[in-house]
Design a protein around this ligand. Structure first.
Ligand code: ZN
Length: 496
């Protein structure tokens, strides 16, 4: 385990040495998707950032319990306490039962996650499956006197909480500024203060997604689920809580307040936030027409795209920027990323072919040995410095240059010690595949390749080169493909 890993903690706004509460175990909770639409590219970047953190912590020996939830209830439009439930609205539009919407978009999210090589979390709990726990937490907050009931709804009393505990500790927001910047209470007169947030909402008669509670038939507030599910599976205090930058306030701020009152402790030691994705320098939004779904990138079907980009190209592209910096999407950057990714993929292939000479006779080149060791160390230094994948990639390219010079015979492998050679191979492979999660994308043009083989079969027949004809036939047969000489020409079929 690396003792010098540093992570940026949003709670202290500084980089801190990473010290888990009970090593080697690490508890990590990440706010997952609200499953009412396809996951967009910005969300995907956030999930990728925590995928890397999960992968690297595991790589250096921690035992990580990674919980990422599915929000399937209680998330209202505009992240507010009024308005329609996002899932219910979609259900009405598509004429579906709300749980059909949940199922459809959860499946869709899982498909994209798999394509993008995100590791599955250890637990993926859903809000609708934790109604009892959420009601219990509301009871605790009411009992502590930090919430009140109005017309069957329950609200958290922010001003009262702030008398004892700092509300704004995570986001750095100042309460007075928030109050003066908030809307008039008009239309929200159920609330005592403008910053109060819903713990439970009474359902209107037409509202479909409803559960019984001591206060009314209704549904929980959006912030509540993460407080209950994170602590249920990771304990009242755990190590890392993550999410996109947009969740810092109010979502995460409210989570802290709920946990402090209900469970007597601020839940997470380190709060981590992934930055936004911009498109050609602009914030991504549906109204600007620059919002992307991952599938649009993979099939090139978007007016702002010159061509399609593969999932691993997108992954490489995102990892070239540190997770706390904004990342700007453009055709130029994606094209460059495509080249970069392919260089690494070729590196993986080449490194697999390199072997240490059994009859070692070269003179050890101390300088190059030292250099390669430093490149390998630097990969760790980069990830130890708040998971800086951008720097790690630069160091991997330094290793790759050496690998290529060995592959094309410009550097004799025997000038390395066997230890350096093995370390170079394993560091490169482990960082590319395990830590960065970049896999080799197989070519997707089998049919075209088969056409090339069949063309040379035809040529061999015309030339009456029967040795070659038989050879091609046999080789294809070994791959489960039979060639058929027909009156109309040559065709192929799967061997039955
Ligand atoms: Zn959350």
């Amino acid at each position: 385990m690396q003792q010098n890993l540093k992570v940026y903690n949003s709670l202290s706004s500084s980089k801190e040495r990473f010290e888990p509460l009970s090593p080697p175990y690490v508890g990590m909770y990440v706010c997952g998707p609200t499953v009412y639409s396809d996951v967009h590219l910005g969300n995907l970047r956030s999930f990728l950032s925590f995928d890397i953190i999960y992968r690297y912590l595991t790589h250096i020996g921690y035992k990580v319990r990674y919980v990422r939830n599915i929000t399937d209830v209680g998330h209202l439009e505009n992240d507010a306490d009024e308005g329609e439930d996002k899932i219910e609205k979609k259900a009405k539009l598509e004429n579906l039962e709300p749980m059909e919407v949940v199922h459809k978009y959860t499946q869709g999210f899982h498909d994209v996650a798999k394509t993008f090589n995100l590791k599955e979390p250890s637990i993926e709990p859903s809000a609708s499956g934790h109604m009892i726990e959420q009601i219990d937490l509301i009871k605790r907050i009411l009992k502590a006197g930090m919430a009140y009931e109005t017309n069957g709804s329950v609200y958290f009393d922010v001003m009262k909480y702030h008398e004892h505990t700092h509300y704004g500790i995570l986001s750095g927001r100042v309460l007075d500024d928030l109050i003066s910047g908030s809307r008039e209470l008009e239309g929200q007169d159920e609330k005592r203060g403008p910053l109060d947030f819903a713990l439970w909402k009474k359902a209107a008669p037409a509202h479909i997604m409803r559960w019984p509670s001591p206060w009314s038939d209704g549904f929980p507030g959006w912030h509540l689920e993460c407080s209950t599910m994170s602590t249920k599976y990771l304990g009242k205090q755990f190590d890392i809580h993550g999410g996109g930058m947009d969740l810092k306030f109010p979502h995460h701020e409210c989570e802290i307040a709920q946990c402090v009152v209900g469970y007597g402790a601020s839940p997470a030691k380190y709060w981590m936030h992934a930055n936004m994705l911009t498109v050609n320098g602009q914030k991504m939004s549906k109204s600007l027409g620059n919002s992307f779904l991952p599938q649009q990138l993979f099939n090139g079907n978007h007016e702002l795209l010159d061509r399609a980009y593969s999932p691993m190209t997108l992954r490489f592209f995102m990892l070239q920027t540190h997770y706390r910096s904004t990342l700007n999407l453009s055709n130029e950057a994606l094209t460059a990323a495509s080249k970069g990714y392919k260089k690494l993929a070729n590196g993986l292939r080449v490194i697999g072919q390199l072997t240490y000479p059994s009859d070692q006779q070269g003179v050890i080149d101390e300088q190059v040995n030292q250099q390669i060791k430093e490149f390998c160390d630097n990969c760790y230094h980069a990830l130890n410095d708040d998971f800086n994948t951008a720097k790690a990639i630069a160091h991997l390219f330094n290793i790759l240059k050496k690998v290529n010079s060995m592959h094309n015979g410009n550097f004799d492998i025997a000038q390395l010690t066997p230890e350096t050679f093995e370390r170079m191979k394993s560091t490169f492979r482990q960082f590319v595949q395990e830590v960065l999660g970049l896999t080799e994308e197989k070519l997707n043009n089998q049919d075209q390749l088969l056409e090339i083989v069949i063309a040379s079969y035809r040529e061999a027949k015309v030339e009456k080169n029967y040795e070659k004809v038989d050879s091609i036939r046999n080789q294809l047969k070994n791959q489960g493909i039979v060639l058929k000489d027909m009156k109309t020409g040559v065709d192929w079929a799967y061997e039955e």
